[in-house]
Design a binder for this molecule. Sequence first.
Ligand code: EPZ
Length: 422
Amino acid sequence: MKKEVIRIEGGHELNGTVHISGAKNATVALIPAAVMADGPVTIVGVPNIEDVKNLTDILHLMNVKTQVKEPDHITIDPTEMENVVLDDSAVTKLRASYYFMGALLGKYKKVRIRMPGGCYLGPRPIDLHLKGFEALGAKIDYTGGLYTIEAEKLVGTRIFLDFASVGATINILMAAVFAEGRTTIENAAKEPEIIDVVTLLSKMGAEIHGAGTNVITIDGVKHLSGCFHEIIPDRIEAGTFIVIAAAMAKEMTVENIIPQHIDALLAKLQEMGVDMDVSIDKVVVRGRGRYKAIDAKTLPYPGLATDLQAPLTALLTQATGDSEITETIYPQRFKHCDQLNTMGADIDVRIPRAQIHGPKKLYGMDVYATDLRCGASLVVAGLMAEGVTTIHDIYHIDRGYEGIDQKLNRCGAKIWRETVEE
Ligand code: EPZ
């Protein structure tokens, strides 16, 4: 079977500017949220990634019209929408298709949808989402891989999340937007993507308070209308490029970012000794330094993002001494470590920790992107390695990074795609 791979010739110094795209993890919630409106919603800053293409396919199944004006403008028109069963392969290609649960349950009081897909990071249950829907008055049936979630009416209530889950917070608040009365979500997640979704819903007419804190209050409304919204920059893409710059750039500017969103990463890079100037919407990195080993722990926002753990681990293979990363969000999210070890790294994984012994010279090898951020870590490693690295299963990378190869080539990297027989 023919498949596309990414090849990277390592060792080239990078220079220049990288412009960060709109946030993937906000976009994948904003698109389902948009269908709750009665009229067209225009979203600007939409990244050109596979997850967006799959979500657009799902919209078309529901007879929601979409219009792409500029490459990153999408207008979503749900005026003639039909609440069909979402049983298509597009649903299983990404995790975020589960946001249609909250959006459609809220709008129609009924949704039928296949179990969502997405990156395998160890078990990824959705029990908190479902408990939230039940608390609002929904009944749930799961038969043959298909969820049916329906309610005669949704009634606002108090919901305490056992874990501050990003997905559960967004899904429950979307369902609660049309519930009768007030819903309070306690121990809500505080990630910037949640604020972005609430900003969109508020522009549409929702009554939501407290986004960005751990208590979110939603007062139910009857209708939402169309609006215009610009997506926040992708803090994980920003962090990935800052890590790349620390590894390989003489001087690289990573622009169109909100540095506060990646404070925890910047603090860790400073501790390693990375030379950076942080300003309002960009970070200038003078990389290729000699770095110190560090200890780090992934945590809910504003802690170090689990999605940056893999790229940071790749950089730590070049730091002097023993680093330790503890993963508290997805304790089994260490598949990238096997791939990095194939390239010459010395990483011991003892779940939920990885010990990285550095510095170790990396060599170009055939490696596999087992998930999106594993793919990002292999790009970081490939740029640092001697020789040519071939990354397989790059559909994971294309799900979440817009033109990562083009952005890097503009800065002097040698990275290209090839179709190979597998
Ligand atoms: C979002 O996933 C992101 N995905 C993930 O990004 C990110 O890693 C994660 O948040 C953490 O920040 C999207 O936004 C589409 P969670 P989500 O619910 O919402 C447990 C990437 O690489 N949990 O906050 O699925 C869960 O198992 C992706 O871009 C339950 O136990 O994450 C995990 O341990 C991968 N029951 C923890 O909570 C539930 O019902 C946090 O998960 C829900 C979650």
